[in-house]
Write a protein that binds this ligand. Structure first.
Ligand code: NMX
Ligand code: MLT
Length: 434
């Protein structure tokens, strides 16, 4: 397959580069592990290396050095749209090269060929109780596809380590290709109890999700999908879902095992579920005040949330120390398309008031909005009112970045991850001996 050929050459080059780094620098230190790191969730410790992206505390995520804004500008656009093809993002994340339009379209074509959802997955989703959270359904559906893993099939037949990345790329292409169909099946079955729409063979990957949930007439929503999936696709490998996938995959568990596990991490309220929680919180404000409140009333509402011991969902970040550029990209889209919606106006007002309140609150390291402070409001504006579904959409986008990282992980022979764990006794003994 053409992507295998393009990557083969790069894989050889990067293997040599990594060998060189290991040979020259293995005994050098990078950063320092302090006792506090053992108890702060390893915050601020440089412990992982991704081939693909780096999150800068001030400027946000960079993909091979390109910022969110640059990537949104440079990627080839979908037909009759100003928004990028997700196929181009995948190409960039896998190869490091800015794709031509033809290359982005070739990925899209590759995905369309692989986009069908096997019957057993739809049957399994239909059999699940209606009150099952959509993230549970998503994680299970990914796991149900594991029997199709090319990596595992080849591995049990004696695949050479040097070739592990090749069937991992096949798994990545297959899973990414099917992700919108899985999400649409969950949406149609859970909320509308209706039949599944097979993927279109002409639309791009992002717009195809809109098509499969019967919003093929809605160009604005198709564009929102194009923006949403690309901005959610990748954020380094230290975040909970990507790190989970990285860890699981390090045991040579295939892409399906890894991504199913990743989605379980993404489902948490401190991570991807924050988009659901944020929308719920915003709607609570509109409900209480009947419309967008005054700045003064909003400030009181935020303090009330904090004083009840709750977080302001969509605000704060473990790495970022500035407004998340993924928030800004969505804000720009919202200003163009939904400026007169009181929900969107509230998002803007919270952006004006909450950072000041969180700064005054004192203990928050990053008082600025992250990607989740706005994404739910935009889905809601476009008619997706089932807000417990939003994290599934985050996951659909994120599978692009996760699986691209896993291809590189196998290509560069990432070993099984297994840090030593101490007990408090052992730690105390070690510290006293210093
Ligand atoms: N509202 C209220 N309190 C907060 C917030 C917030 N938005 N953010 C952090 N804090 C608190 C945090 O709970 C902690 O309190 P305590 O010492 O009592 O445990 C304190 O501030 C220090 O935490 P930080 O060092 O600022 O943040 P940390 O790196 O531990 O956590 C988040 C990062 C993102 C988990 C945290 O900011 C948060 O809970 N935000 C709200 C939920 C959210 O938006 N999550 C989505 C993140 C992005 N994503 O998509 O995954
Ligand atoms: C993400 O996109 O994964 C979130 O911003 C969380 C993180 O980076 O830790």
């Amino acid at each position: 397959m053409w992507l295998h050929e393009i990557l083969s050459e790069k894989v050889e080059k990067e293997r040599t580069r990594l060998q060189q780094i290991k040979k020259e620098y293995s005994d050098k230190s990078v950063g320092e592990i302090k006792v506090r790191h053992l108890f702060n969730g390893l915050r601020g410790a440089d412990l992982l290396v991704s081939q693909i992206s780096y999150v800068d505390p001030q400027d946000g995520v960079h993909f091979y050095g390109h910022s969110v804004e640059e990537v949104l500008n440079m990627l080839p656009k979908a037909e009759k749209s100003e928004l990028p093809l997700a196929g181009g993002m995948y190409y960039l994340l896998l190869t490091g090269d800015n794709p031509t339009r033809e290359q982005a379209l070739m990925v899209e074509e590759e995905w369309r060929r692989r986009s069908d959802l096997p019957y057993h997955v739809a049957d399994m989703l239909r059999a699940m109780p209606r009150d099952t959270h959509p993230m549970t359904m998503f994680s299970q559906a990914i796991l149900a596809l594991q029997s199709r893993s090319e990596f595992t099939r080849h591995y049990v037949n004696g695949l050479q380590k040097t070739d592990y990345w090749q069937p991992t790329l096949e798994d990545s292409l297959n899973l990414v290709a099917k992700a919108p169909a899985i999400a649409a099946a969950i949406y149609n079955i859970k909320y509308h109890n209706q039949g599944l729409v097979p993927p279109s063979q002409s639309l791009d990957w992002s717009a195809n999700f809109a098509y499969m949930i019967n919003k093929e007439w809605d160009n604005e929503y198709m564009d929102l999908c194009r923006l949403f999936f690309v901005v959610h696709s990748e954020q380094g490998i230290g975040n909970v879902c990507e790190h989970t996938a990285w860890l699981v995959n390090s045991a040579l568990s295939d892409v399906y095992f890894a991504c199913s596990a990743a989605m379980n991490g993404l489902a948490g309220p401190l991570h991807g579920r924050a988009n659901q929680d944020s929308l719920e919180w915003l709607l609570g404000i509109l409900h209480k005040f009947g419309d967008c409140p005054t700045e003064q009333l909003l400030e009181e509402y935020i303090w009330d949330t904090l004083n009840r011991g709750k977080v302001i969902p969509g605000y704060g970040h473990s790495v970022l120390r500035q407004t998340d550029p993924r928030f800004l990209a969505q804000l720009e889209f919202g200003r163009k398309h939904m400026g007169d919606d009181s929900l969107f106006q509230l998002v803007e007002l919270v952006y004006k008031v909450a950072p000041r309140v969180l700064q005054e609150y004192g203990k928050v390291s990053d008082p600025w909005p992250n990607v989740d402070a706005i994404s739910g409001a935009m889905q809601y504006h476009c008619g997706l009112h089932e807000y417990d579904f939003y994290t599934v959409l985050f996951g659909v986008g994120r599978i692009i970045g996760i699986t691209a990282n896993l291809v590189w992980s196998r290509a560069l022979f990432t070993p099984i991850e297994r840090p030593q764990s101490l007990t408090l006794d052992v730690l105390e003994q070690q510290l006293k001996a210093i």
